[in-house]
Structure formats: structure tokens, C-alpha cells
Ligand binder design. Sequence first.
Ligand SMILES: [Cu+2]
Length: 300
Amino acid sequence: MTPRRILACLAMLVVTTVPALAANPQRWQLNMTPGVTEYSRQVYDLHMLILWICVVIGVIVFGAMGYAIFKFRKSKGAVAAKWSHSTVAEVTWTVIPVLILIGTAWPATKTLIWIDDARESEMTIKVTGYQWLWRYEYIGTDVNFISRMDRESDRTRMLRSGMDPAAVQRDGENVYLLDVDNPLVLPTNTKVRFVITANDVIHSFWVPALGWKQDAIPGFINEAWTEIHTPGTYRGQCAELCGKDHAFMPIVIEAVPREQFDIWLEEQNRLAAGDAGDSNAPLAQLAADDALLANATESL
Ligand SMILES: [Cu+2]
């Protein structure tokens, strides 16, 4: 391999892995991330705009206050002013905040209207929260499966398991309490609509890299959408305290290119429809899933 090709490969690796890595939580990370969708980027931009406006206001207000405290201190012979009304001050501190509010509400409202529009989605996924796992149904297909925390994390978290959380690894990354058995596979560059509900108590579907969080409420269907541009693994959590194992129902999204997704979906659909060589395998899996669900809901 020529040095040039090695460089090209390295650059490719950086281009494909850095955005995906950056989308997941990092140690000592202080700010939110721009995520991996246009949606999350707009939310991030709004957050940064309002953060900087607040920083400027903070610097001006506390700067003026600090300056006044120092400059007009009693030891320097400062005497309190006697006036009690100033029309100029009244107008100034009314008009400036109103302008700031309009300046922030305008882009925020524009984004809110845009992110509420799930029309023209190319596919729909039904997400159902259970204590303490998720079910994903690819509407219009037979693909319907349960996603729960990986067994290794589950065994490790047990009291006195003697197992090392640092040893729960996947591709060199510590995924203790973060990984699942069946990730939600999504195609990139495709508008995907989610309909979100729950079967027992209120849960909340949250993957920070997508830029939104949506409550999963029994008897209600909430809606959200995403369009991921960067292939990768994106992790999330249930974000509504839902019972004793609330912290142990992670979400994993595997975003793959459309062609790869189509192959995966076709394969899953074939398995689900029982067309596979061993037609009992998917059925047995479904039965096992249902038994698991029954257990999960019974243990209430
Ligand atoms: Cu939950």
C-alpha cells in the first residue's frame, strides 16, 4: 500500500468515525452535541444562539454591577442618588428585553414548526416502551422485535456479581449498561417517522444524537421523526422515571446506508414471515420475546 493510499484510508476512517463518535457522550463533555441530523443541528444552533445571548447579558449585567460596586463604594465617599423615576431607564429596560425575546422566539418558532412536521416520511416505526425494554415495529412489514439491555451488562449489574463493568466492551468501547441485544436499525438519508407509545407506564424515548426526546405514554400515540445523515451507532436511554429498572432500558440505533438497510429489512421480513430455512427459529424467538414481556409486565 502506498503512503498516499494509507493516508486516504486514514482520512476515510476519520471522516466516517469521528462524527459518529462525537455524537455519543464523551467523558467530561459539558455542552450538548450538534448530533447527526439536520433536526439536531438546528436545535444545537438555537441552543448556542441563546447560550451566547445569555453570556453577553450576564457579562453586561454582572460587569455593570461589579463596576458600580467597586467604583461607587462608600469608602470613596460615594453618595446614594435621590431620584426615583427615569422614563429613559423604564423604556430602555422594557424595549431591549422585548427585542431580545423577539430575536430568540423568531428562529425558535420557525424550528418548532419545522420539527413538528412529520409529513412526507418514507417509513414509519412504532416504538412501544415496556418495563423495561423497547419494542420496535416496522410498519408495513412483519418486522417487529424487542430490544433490551445486553445480557452481559445485565449479569454484571447484579448485586455481588463479581463482574467488572469495565470489561463490558464492544469494538473497544466500554458499553456497560449502554448496549442492547437487538438495535433499532435505520437507513441513512431517509425521513423516518416514529409513532411512540407505551404498554404499562410512561417512558420516554431519547437518543441525544437525534436532537429530540418524546414521551411514550400508554393510550397515547406521540409522533416524532428523524433523518440521519451519518452512518453509525447512536445510543440513548429511557428518559422518564418508569420503575426500578428505569436505568436499564438503553436504546441503540444502528444507522446504515439505505442499500444495506433494504437488505437487512428484507432478511428480517423473510425471517418474520417464517420463510427462512428453519421456520421455527423466528417463531420460537417471538414466543420467547412474548414470554419475556409477560414476565416483565408481571413483575410489576
Ligand atoms: Cu422507561
